[in-house]
Design a protein around this ligand. Sequence first.
Ligand code: GTP
Ligand code: MG
Length: 363
Amino acid sequence: MFVDRIKVFVQAGKGGRGCVSFRREKFVPKGGPDGGDGGRGGDVILLADRHVDNLTNLFYEPIIRAKNGEHGKGKKMTGSAGADKVVKVPAGTVVYAAEGPERSTFNVQRSTSSAEQLAIGNRQLAIPIVDIIRDGQEFVLCRGGAGGKGNVHFKSSRNRAPRQYTEGEEGEEGYFLLELRTIADAGLVGYPNAGKSTLLRKISAARPKVAAYPFTTLHPIVGVIEFPGYRRATIADIPGLIEGAHRGLGLGHEFLRHITRCRILVFVIDVAGSEGRNPVEDLQNLRREIGLYDPALSSRPWLVVANKMDLPDAKKNLEAVQERFPRTKIIPTSAANGEGMDALKEALAARTTNDKDIVSAGI
Ligand SMILES: Nc1nc2c(ncn2[C@@H]2O[C@H](COP(=O)(O)OP(=O)(O)OP(=O)(O)O)[C@@H](O)[C@H]2O)c(=O)[nH]1
Ligand SMILES: [Mg+2]
């Protein structure tokens, strides 16, 4: 199973209650108040971990709670703080405050975003809160409540034996939508069966499934390409697109968000025009689909891989594609027999620099 978008309920720990207690010792018949404070509730913290590449663990744990603080104790002892709950998420996770069955106490003001809102499902709104992009980055999603005060705080000249105390505060809680937008340098975009996964297998150590039927790839897979001089780039293979993906056809746009952070888009076309395809139209349609999904993607640097050069008609079609897109870099390849793999690697090496500025989710 691969989960890359999930709604969860998060609740930080409640603070412990303050204690009502009096000093009781031999020879001190009426000792003063000594009830300690409650401990603070634990926070729920998101931590980006590079060993995690999806949100599947949250599917099994959609309710995330941190521990409550301990109640205060006698002898002015403060209760111990509730343990924080640390949730590992992949780098690239975007977090939204979502609507839930009950009102959330989570303070949306903490959101760093402009008031941009995202419609999820029917009528539901989600407000972006944070984009967790770097390995090791931490974000306190819900803060634990403060501990209550013990009766030692309520002593006064008038009341030497106070019985007052305060309850601990509730921890923040709320519903959140977590959505993964894969972080990779380059993203492969193409129709089903164009050979995207075959290419990724050829140029990286990744092993996505390859088969002669459409929608073989069902979720994004990231491969690492090594260049001379210890340089490397990551490349994301996503499920194939089809015309009308923006209307939800095929696997729809569901997976296009995984290339929204890629600095370069690699359009893979079946230049042999197998199964009656027209490579020029394919490329035009793919360009249109990504623009309909997100206009910002239209201006992203891009190049074209004209795959399946080993098949008949490929040469003729390649010329037609280049004629239609005269200024575009087109690399003829055959993922089947390895032709053009070095040229593709070189083009990627030249276009993926070492500075690892990540395209943010616009939050
Ligand atoms: N002749 C030839 N066949 C190829 C080439 N590249 C891939 N294929 C074949 O095309 C079919 C589809 O390849 P995949 O790599 O699974 O295609 P994909 O683009 O990842 O497809 P989806 O995951 O369904 O989107 C397989 O049968 C491959 O063996 C090529 O260069 N030449
Ligand atoms: Mg594939």
